[in-house]
Unconditional design. Structure first.
Length: 316
């Protein structure tokens, strides 16, 4: 099994990724599990695959370490898998789905909120759930769905989605919406897997808004982190792929459907993401707006994925 993370220059974010890898390995000791990155920090995907193949692995299941399906899961990782297929024709590669909107992750997010807000205050506390943000309407829509599902059946009077990059509403805009709707206390939760530049930016923007609105109590909530439920879900995605059941949603994919404002994306070629430690990717950087370093694990889905389905990792 090869877990593919986005990558971050942030030492704490890298450490959390490594801790999650160890949690995954502990869940299934007989399965070989490795971790590679799309960009920003070593090891790149190509190096990890090369090492595995050199040691006799001929069957690899690739699972993207991203919460939702956007550009990375839809394009970058499938492009990397396609390249590795060409380099390693004797190796079977399968591709698993992003973590997605799952009860395990909703439960983890709910626990983070409960830990930050005393029970007696929850009915009077609005929540801002902050996603990474993407130039992919499908992924941004999924954040809105996660926010809604955190609201359903729970005591929070309001759960508003917001984004730290590439999409609206911004963190200050989401906070302001809650204030205008009557909130006197707001809990802000980054819907991220790990810390990093963008996760810290959420905290900075939250503090700046709170300083300007001293009449509103603002509470910081922890992100998901290297939780055992995340590890178990990664393994479930690998098992699903091994069984031939990894199916992507194409109904609202900007690469297949002409969505308003994104019509030019239909059928757009997918290219490798540039990684400083992988010379084979140089000159292939994306032309789109991109916030480098988001150690949160937010994802993207591409339709090279069907033939990019990752393979079942070496088992001893």
């Amino acid at each position: 099994m090869l877990i593919v993370g986005h990558g971050t220059r942030d030492d704490a974010g890298q450490d959390e990724c490594s801790r999650l890898l160890e949690v995954v390995r502990a869940q299934r000791p007989k399965l070989r599990v490795e971790l590679g990155y799309l960009e920003l920090c070593p090891p790149p995907i190509a190096d990890v695959v090369a090492e595995m193949v050199d040691e006799g692995v001929d069957d690899i299941t690739v699972v993207p370490l991203v919460l939702l399906g956007a550009g990375h899961a839809k394009g970058d990782v499938p492009a990397a898998i396609a390249r590795e297929r060409l380099r390693n024709p004797g190796v079977t590669f399968r591709y698993g789905r992003p973590l997605g909107i799952r009860p395990e992750l909703l439960e983890t997010a709910a626990e983070r909120l409960d830990s930050a807000v005393p029970e007696a205050q929850r009915e009077d506390t609005a929540v801002v759930l902050v996603g990474r943000g993407a130039s992919d309407p499908d992924a941004n829509g999924d954040i809105a769905k996660v926010a809604r599902m955190l609201w359903e059946g729970r005591p929070w009077p309001l759960v508003e989605p917001g984004f730290i990059s590439l999409a609206k509403p911004s963190v200050p805009e989401a906070l302001e919406r809650c204030r205008r709707l009557g909130a006197g206390r707001i809990a802000v939760m980054p819907y991220f897997l790990f810390t990093g530049v963008l996760e810290r930016r959420i905290r900075d923007q939250t503090r700046a808004w709170a300083d300007d609105h001293p009449d509103i109590e603002v509470i910081d909530v922890d992100y998901l982190g290297p939780d055992v439920r995340v590890a178990e879900l990664l393994l479930a995605r690998a098992d699903e792929s091994d069984a031939g059941g990894a199916i992507a949603n194409c109904d609202t994919c900007q690469y297949r459907v002409a969505l308003p404002g994104f019509e030019e994306r239909v059928g757009q070629p997918q290219t490798l993401h540039e990684h400083p430690d992988d010379p084979g990717t140089h000159g292939h950087s994306h032309g789109h707006e991109h916030d480098h370093d988001h150690g949160h694990g937010h994802g993207d889905h591409a339709h090279a994925h069907q033939d990019g389905a990752a393979a079942p990792a070496e088992r001893s």
